[in-house]
Design a protein around this ligand. Structure first.
Ligand code: SAM
Length: 292
C-alpha cells in the first residue's frame, strides 16, 4: 500500500519526482508530520456529515486526511505547478475538487453554492501560507461564511494574538474581533521541524468555533469591526485620543463622545488594550445609537 502523502518518505519522493522546490514567495512549507496532520483533522472533528474548504493543498498531505473523512472537499491552490501533482497524489479521492484560484479573490458564497449541497456542515481547514495569514483570517471572519469550525495552522505569534486577553502585549483588534465572533483555542503546538522546508518560526494549530450566544451583540457588525480597528490605530495612545481619530475633533462631537464614555463608566485615559471585548461592543452600540 502507498504510504500517506504526509509521511516523510512519500513527501520527499513526490518533491523529487516533480522537481519541486518550495516557493517561499507563496508561503510553501509542506507538512510532513503525520501526527500533526491527523491532529488537525481530529481537532476539526471532520466526518462525512461535513463539507470542507481547504486553503493551499500543496502536494495534498492535508487534503488526503480531509478527503478520507469528509463528504466533499474543495481546495484552493494558487500555484499552477502543483496542479498536476495534486491530480496524481489525490487520484483515488473522488470527493476532492481543486480550484486553481487565489483564495483572497474567491467568491466564497458562489463556491459553496456551486460545490456543496447545503445538507452538510461547512468547515474550513488549512495549513496557511503565512505571508497572508491575517488577510485570510479577516476575509473569512468578515465574510459571514457559515462555518461550524475553522482549524488553521499558523505562526505561533498570530495564534497568540487571536487568543490574547486584555492587558497583554498580544491583545489588539484581531483578538477583539476574533473573540467577539468565536471561541478560540490552541489545539496543537507545532515545532518548525514538522515541515519541509522548516519555517523560521514555531507554529500552532488554532481552532475557532462560532460563539453560540453573546451577552452583547453589535448592532452593525461591519461598523463594529471598523470601530475596533479605529480604537487600536495608535496602541500607545489613550482611547480618548484614538476616538478622535475615529469620530473627528469637532467640539460638539467630542462632548457627545465624552458623555457616552461617562455613561459606560469607561475612563478617557484608558488605553485600548485595557478594554474587554464587551466594552468595545457597548461603546460601538452607544455611539451608533447617538448617530455617530
Ligand atoms: N497544505 C499543504 C501542507 O500542509 O503541506 C501546503 C501548505 S503551504 C504552508 C501553503 C499552500 O498555500 C501552498 O501550497 C501555496 O502554494 C498555497 N497558497 C499560497 N498563497 C495562496 C493563495 N493566495 N490562494 C491559495 N493558495 C495559496
Amino acid at each position: 500500500e502507498t504510504p500517506e502523502i504526509g509521511s516523510r518518505t512519500r513527501t520527499l519522493a513526490i518533491l523529487n519526482e516533480y522537481h519541486l522546490s518550495a516557493k517561499k514567495s507563496l508561503g510553501q512549507n509542506f507538512l510532513d508530520d503525520l501526527n500533526v496532520l491527523h491532529g488537525i483533522v481530529e481537532a476539526a472533528e471532520i466526518t462525512d456529515a461535513d463539507d470542507v474548504i481547504e486553503i493551499g493543498p500543496g502536494i495534498g498531505a492535508l487534503t488526503e486526511q480531509i478527503a478520507k473523512r469528509a463528504h466533499q472537499v474543495v481546495a484552493f491552490e494558487i500555484d499552477d505547478n502543483l496542479l498536476p501533482v495534486l491530480d496524481e497524489t489525490l487520484f483515488q479521492y473522488n470527493n476532492v475538487t481543486i480550484l486553481h484560484e487565489d483564495f483572497l479573490n474567491a467568491n466564497l458564497p458562489e463556491v459553496i453554492a456551486d460545490n456543496f449541497d447545503g445538507q452538510h456542515a461547512l468547515k474550513i481547514v488549512a495549513n496557511l501560507p503565512y505571508y497572508i495569514t491575517k488577510p485570510i483570517l479577516m476575509s473569512i471572519l468578515k465574510g459571514n461564511v457559515p462555518y461550524t469550525n475553522l482549524v488553521f495552522m499558523m505562526q505561533r505569534e498570530v495564534a497568540d494574538r487571536l487568543c490574547a486577553k486584555p492587558d497583554t502585549h498580544d491583545y489588539g483588534s484581531l483578538s477583539v474581533i476574533n473573540q467577539y465572533l468565536d471561541d478560540v483555542e490552541i489545539a496543537i503546538e507545532v515545532s518548525h521541524t514538522s515541515f519541509i522546508p522548516a519555517p523560521k518560526v514555531d507554529s500552532a494549530v488554532v481552532k475557532l468555533v462560532p460563539k453560540k450566544s453573546r451577552k452583547f451583540v453589535a448592532y452593525d457588525q461591519k461598523a463594529f469591526f471598523g470601530f475596533v480597528h479605529g480604537c487600536f490605530m495608535h496602541r500607545r495612545k489613550t482611547l480618548w485620543n484614538n476616538l478622535q481619530g475615529v469620530f473627528g475633533k469637532k467640539p460638539e462631537v467630542k462632548e457627545q463622545v465624552e458623555l457616552i464614555l461617562e455613561q459606560l463608566n469607561i475612563k478617557k485615559t484608558v488605553r485600548p488594550q485595557e478594554l474587554e471585548v464587551d466594552q468595545f461592543v457597548k461603546m460601538a452600540n452607544a455611539f451608533h445609537e447617538q448617530g455617530l
